[in-house]
Design a protein around this ligand. Structure first.
Ligand code: CUA
Length: 260
């Protein structure tokens, strides 16, 4: 496919931009990304100035007699150490500090279904699809009234959604670019992630872990609905589940008991 076709009506600048952030916490990730990129550009320019500046200042034309140095004088060592420390402090240590704060203050502030309104979803990954499970009218997971969908995740807008995820076979990674979230799904273990999204629409869900031949095909669609639309869809699906789910169907019972 030609690159021009790929772009359709988007400019190269637009193509290089991340997808629209539809979440309450996504800006934290964007900030960290921008901060790291800006600092890397800053140091890159500094290095270029040194590289080309000194090549110019100490060219053969300007310095007929060469001056040999091993760069091991105290002054040299000190300058090198200061530059190294500056990079370490302003980039490494600082992004560790920022990301730690983000984790503690936001991403690991797990919403509690007992005390606040939280939509709970179980996610099963397998080669090569995503399955989603809603508790149904009885609010219990892995019962016959559960709503189960494949590659089709629907959530309400402006509501906290808590996901518990696992995998049937190998490690996959649940990746939702528009929400800036990515979490591994691991066989034999339940991982979790939560979000609150603020813009109705359709978005991509991808697998971000090389998981086999059709890894690249392992995608699902996220549909963010208004609360009314979501409730209507859930009610219809619950009714459908009650009518059609076979309690003896082992394939349908891939869920598990929810534990906070
Ligand atoms: Cu699942 Cu890649």
């Amino acid at each position: 496919m030609g690159l021009l076709q790929l772009g359709v009506s988007q400019s190269w600048w637009q193509l290089s931009m991340p997808p629209k952030d539809i979440s309450t916490n996504g800006h934290l990730i964007d900030h960290l990304w921008n901060y790291t990129t800006m600092l890397c550009i800053f140091y890159f320019i500094l290095v270029c100035i040194g590289l080309f500046g000194f090549s110019f200042l100490y060219s053969r034309k300007r310095n007929k007699t060469p001056y040999y140095t091993y760069g091991n004088k105290k002054k040299h060592l000190l300058v090198t150490a200061i530059i190294g420390a500056a990079v370490f402090l302003t980039i490494d240590l600082n992004i560790t500090r920022i990301s730690n704060n983000d984790l503690l203050n936001q991403f690991w502030k797990w919403p509690d279904p007992k005390t606040e309104k939280v939509m709970r979803v179980e996610v099963m990954a397998q080669q090569w699809m995503w399955s989603f499970r809603y508790a149904g009218p009885d609010q219990e997971f892995n019962t016959a009234d559960d709503v189960v969908t494949n590659n089709d995740l629907r959530v309400p807008v402006n509501t906290k959604v808590l996901f518990h995820l696992t995998s049937k076979d190998v490690i996959h990674s649940f990746f939702v670019p528009n929400v800036r979230l990515k979490v591994d799904t691991i066989p034999g273990r339940v991982t979790r992630v939560w979000w609150e999204v603020n813009t109705p629409g359709k978005y991509d869900i991808a697998c971000a872990e090389m998981c086999g031949t059709h890894h690249y095909l392992m995608k699902a669609q996220l549909t963010v609905l208004t609360e009314e639309d979501f409730n209507r869809w859930l009610a219809t699906s619950e009714q459908l589940a009650l009518n059609t789910n076979d309690p003896d169907d082992k394939n349908l019972a891939w869920g598990w008991k929810w534990e906070n």
